[in-house]
Design a protein around this ligand. Structure first.
Ligand SMILES: [Zn+2]
Length: 437
C-alpha cells in the first residue's frame, strides 16, 4: 500500500503540487499546482467535462460567479446550517472539529455525546473539553466600500447551477430530463485542514444538477450512479478500491431521500471521494419561495407542470487527483535498483513522450533529436525534451512523472532512421521509425 508521504514527496520534488504560499512559510489549507500538476488537473477536469457534457445530448454547462448574492446562501440553508462542531481543549487551547477527533460520530454530535466518549486532546493528550460550538464554514468578505455589505465565497458550486436553472429553461428550454454541469473553485473555512489536498480550504468541484420528473427519479439516480463508476474506471481507479456507502436517513441532509457516498481506499483510510444525492425539489423550491420567481417546468406539448426534482453527482477535483495519484504510484525494482513510477494512462500524463539525444555533445545526434521532437510536438503537443545527465537518470525522472514513452536518438538513427522507444511500465525497448509513433 502506497504511503501518503511518498505521494506528497513525489508531488513536491517533481513539480506537481506545493504548499500554498510556500516562499512565505506556507498557508494552511491551501495548495499550489506546479507545471506538471496543472497539466494533470486540467486533463482530469477536461476528461470529466467531455464525459458528462460534450459526449451527451442531455447536459449543458454553466459557469457562475464565485461571489453570489447572500440571499443564495439564506435560501439554501448554508447561512443557518453549514456548520462544523468546533470544540476547544481547555488545557492547550487548540481547537478541533469534534467529529474528526472522535470515532464514529457525525457532525451533528452534541457536547454530551462527545464528552461521554473520553476523547483525549490530539495535541496535549489531556481530556478537558469546552462545549461544542457551531462554526459556520463559509468564508466572509465584504463587497464594495461598505464593510457591512457582507458576501461569501461560494462553499459549493451547486448553487451557481440552481440559480441559473430558470435562465437555461427560458433561453434553451431543454427537454426533461436534462443536466447542468459546472466546474470551479469552492471555499470552506476548515477548522483543521489536513491530509494533503484531501481536506483544504480552497478546492475545485465538478458538479451536475440533473433535473427530472419526480416520478422517474430512481431510474435516473441508478443511471447516473453507473456513469460515476464508469468515469472513475476511465480515470484508472480500480473497482476493488471503490466502495458505495448508502448514507443512512439520520446522516443524510434532511431534504435528501437517497445519498450514496462513493468512497476510495486512500492511504489515510477509506474516505469519501464523491457523492450522489437525490435532493428532491428542495433547492428550486427554496429559490421560488425566496425569489418569488416561478421555477416550474412545463412539459412540452402536454402542459404538465411541476418543479423538477434533482439528482446531484458531486465530485471534488483534488480528491479525485489524490485517488488517481495513489493508484498510479508504483514502486518496483529494475536491475536490482528501486524504481518509482506513475502508471498514469497516456490521456492523463503531463507528457506523452520525452525525446533525448543519446549524447548532448554530438551535434548530429542533437540535430536529429530536435527534428523528431519538433515533429512529435506538432502532432501531440505534450512532448518534453531532456538531455541532462545520463540516459538512466532521464528514464528515472520520466518514470516518476508518468511519461509513457522515452525516445532516444542514437548513432543507429543516423544510419537507418529508427529511434529507441522505451516503455515506462515494462522498461522494454524497441526500435521504430519516428513517423510511426
Ligand atoms: Zn490540548
Amino acid at each position: 500500500m502506497v504511503k501518503m508521504d511518498d505521494i506528497v514527496s513525489l508531488c513536491k520534488r517533481r513539480g506537481f503540487i506545493w504548499q500554498g504560499s510556500d516562499v512565505y512559510g506556507g498557508m494552511a489549507g491551501t495548495w499550489d499546482f506546479g507545471p506538471l500538476g496543472v497539466s494533470l488537473k486540467k486533463k482530469v477536469m477536461d476528461a470529466w467535462w467531455k464525459y458528462w457534457v460534450e459526449d451527451r445530448e442531455d447536459m449543458y454547462g454553466v459557469d457562475a460567479a464565485i461571489i453570489m448574492n447572500p440571499q443564495v446562501w439564506q435560501a439554501s440553508g448554508h447561512t443557518e446550517t453549514f456548520n462544523d462542531p468546533l470544540v476547544e481543549c481547555k488545557e492547550c487551547h487548540n481547537r478541533f472539529r469534534a467529529d474528526k477527533i472522535a470515532e464514529g460520530v457525525s457532525e451533528k454530535v452534541t457536547t454530551e455525546e462527545f464528552k461521554a466518549l473520553g476523547v483525549k486532546c490530539p495535541n496535549c493528550g489531556k481530556e478537558n473539553w469546552s462545549e461544542i460550538k457551531q462554526f459556520n464554514g463559509m468564508f466572509r468578505t465584504n463587497v464594495g466600500v461598505d464593510p457591512d455589505n457582507i458576501a461569501y465565497l461560494r462553499p459549493e458550486t451547486a448553487q451557481g447551477i440552481f440559480t441559473n436553472y430558470k435562465n437555461v429553461v427560458d433561453t434553451i428550454y431543454p427537454d426533461l430530463p436534462f443536466g447542468l454541469a459546472q466546474q470551479g473553485k469552492a471555499f470552506r473555512n476548515e477548522i483543521s485542514p489536513r491530509d494533503f489536498i484531501f481536506r483544504s480550504r480552497e478546492f475545485n468541484q465538478m458538479e451536475i444538477e440533473y433535473f427530472v420528473d419526480p416520478e422517474t427519479w430512481e431510474e435516473h439516480f441508478d443511471k447516473l450512479l453507473a456513469g460515476c463508476h464508469d468515469f472513475l474506471e476511465k480515470m484508472g481507479l480500480k473497482p476493488e478500491s471503490i466502495h458505495e456507502l448508502d448514507v443512512a436517513a439520520e446522516d443524510r441532509a434532511h431534504y435528501s431521500k437517497r445519498t450514496i457516498d462513493i468512497e476510495f481506499d486512500y492511504p489515510i483510510g477509506r474516505e469519501e471521494l464523491m457523492g450522489i444525492a437525490y435532493r428532491t425539489d428542495f433547492d428550486l423550491g427554496n429559490i421560488q419561495r425566496v425569489s418569488g420567481k416561478n421555477m416550474e417546468y412545463i412539459v412540452k406539448g402536454g402542459g404538465k407542470r411541476f418543479i423538477p426534482h434533482v439528482i446531484e453527482p458531486s465530485m471534488g477535483v483534488e480528491r479525485l487527483l489524490m485517488a488517481i495519484l495513489c493508484t498510479a504510484y508504483t514502486e518496483d525494482e529494475v536491475n536490482g535498483e528501486k524504481r518509482v513510477l506513475l502508471r498514469l494512462s497516456e490521456d492523463l500524463t503531463p507528457y506523452r513522450f520525452c525525446v533525448s539525444p543519446l549524447l548532448k555533445n554530438k551535434p548530429e545526434l542533437v540535430a536529429k533529436a530536435q527534428e523528431v521532437y519538433d515533429m512529435l510536438r506538432k502532432k501531440y503537443g505534450n512532448v518534453t525534451w531532456d538531455d541532462s545527465g545520463n540516459i538512466g537518470k532521464r528514464y528515472r525522472k520520466q518514470d516518476e512523472i508518468g511519461t509513457p514513452k522515452c525516445i532516444v536518438v542514437d548513432f543507429d538513427t543516423l544510419e537507418d532512421g529508427t529511434v529507441t522507444v522505451r516503455d515506462r511500465d515494462t522498461t522494454e525497448q524497441i526500435r521504430v521509425k519516428p513517423e510511426e509513433l
